[in-house]
Design a binder for this molecule. Structure first.
Ligand code: FE2
Length: 328
């Protein structure tokens, strides 16, 4: 029988972290059997502001046992929040993705054996989403968890151990450089073509777009395009005063590697000086130590505050269908 009301409980799940008396992530479980869609819609409507606030305070919320099975269900779940969509085609993301609905797309088409390192979504570009949502349509057979890491904690530890590096991050900011192919290369975690990334048909369209957003560029063999960002911040101050390591330093330094890209050329401080390798390795190490790998179950949804929490992807075997949506 379909229920016209919804009951949601805070629950604990194995491995969930306690950070200064606060759980991470917050887990909300729907305990109503077969709730009507209207009831879910009404529940989200009533709690919209509170949920948005909790996502920022806790860093992430995992919604479990809500009756979602298809990309369309996920789309409707997001729509109930009335968040403003951040369309993939407008983004400068370097991942190859496939849209399922106007606001829902595959998280990354990169092969199963490619690890995606911790990052804040699109922090390597001047335009980034404030939040993102993931939906597990089908968990992998083995692996494929999405590690989540509270970036304010990472920053605290990093700044304590490497104060000079932290001062450079704050004062100089970062510049990223990557090489894009002319056509999408789904074999790479960063294989999105310059034509798609820049919504450009020709080289001169691409150059115009890059100029408008303050990038510099060089053309390389095979019509590949090396694009270098303007100086972007490495640290973000949240409205409540917390600071986060809001950048793509770990991912760029460790993972921006494919046939076209060499991680040693992918990132520098804003003045062009090189990063201290030891501090970067430490950032990656504490990122791993602080991560909570979300053990996906079918139908799970995660709401992540992009300014507070980093995410990545573990390697996996079998078919894994995790969809994503970005919020302005
Ligand atoms: Fe991402």
């Amino acid at each position: 029988m379909i229920s016209t009301s919804v009951h949601v409980e805070h629950v604990r799940i194995p491995g969930q972290q306690d950070i200064a008396g606060q759980v991470f992530p917050l887990v909300l479980r729907c305990t109503t059997i077969s709730p009507a869609w209207d009831a879910i819609d009404a529940w989200i409507g009533t709690h919209r502001d509170e949920l948005s606030q909790q996502a920022s305070e806790y860093g992430a919320i995992l919604f479990r046992d809500f009756p979602l099975t298809t990309p369309e269900d996920f789309d409707a779940f997001i729509a109930a929040f009335e968040f403003e969509n951040f369309p993939y085609e407008e983004s400068l993301s370097n991942a190859v993705r496939v849209n399922k609905t106007p606001r829902v797309f595959t998280a990354n088409e990169a092969p199963a054996d490619v690890k995606i390192f911790l990052h804040h979504e699109m922090a390597q570009t001047p335009i980034y989403p404030s939040k993102l949502m993931f939906f597990c349509e089908q968990p992998a057979e083995i692996g494929g968890a999405t590690p989540l890491c509270r970036s304010d904690l990472l920053w605290e530890k990093l700044a304590e151990k490497y104060p000079e590096f932290a001062a450079n991050c704050r004062e100089k900011g970062l510049k990223y450089s990557n090489v894009m192919p002319p056509e999408n290369d789904p074999a790479s975690g960063m294989g999105r073509s310059w034509k798609s990334t820049l919504r450009a048909e020709t080289k001169s369209d691409a150059e115009r777009r890059l100029g408008n957003i303050g990038y510099s560029w060089e053309w390389e063999d095979g019509d590949c395009l090396r694009a270098t960002t303007p100086v972007l911040p490495a640290v973000y101050r949240l409205p409540d005063g917390r600071e986060t390591f809001f950048n793509q330093l770990i991912a760029a330094h460790q993972g921006w590697k494919d046939l076209r890209n060499d991680p040693s050329r992918s990132i520098t401080f804003g003045d062009g000086t090189f990063l201290d390798d030891e501090a970067v390795r430490y950032a990656a190490q504490i990122g791993d130590e602080l991560s909570y790998p979300v053990p996906w179950q079918r139908g799970d949804v995660a709401l992540i505050d992009n300014f507070v929490t980093m995410h990545g992807r573990q390697v996996f075997t079998g078919t894994r269908k995790v969809l994503a949506s970005l919020i302005k």
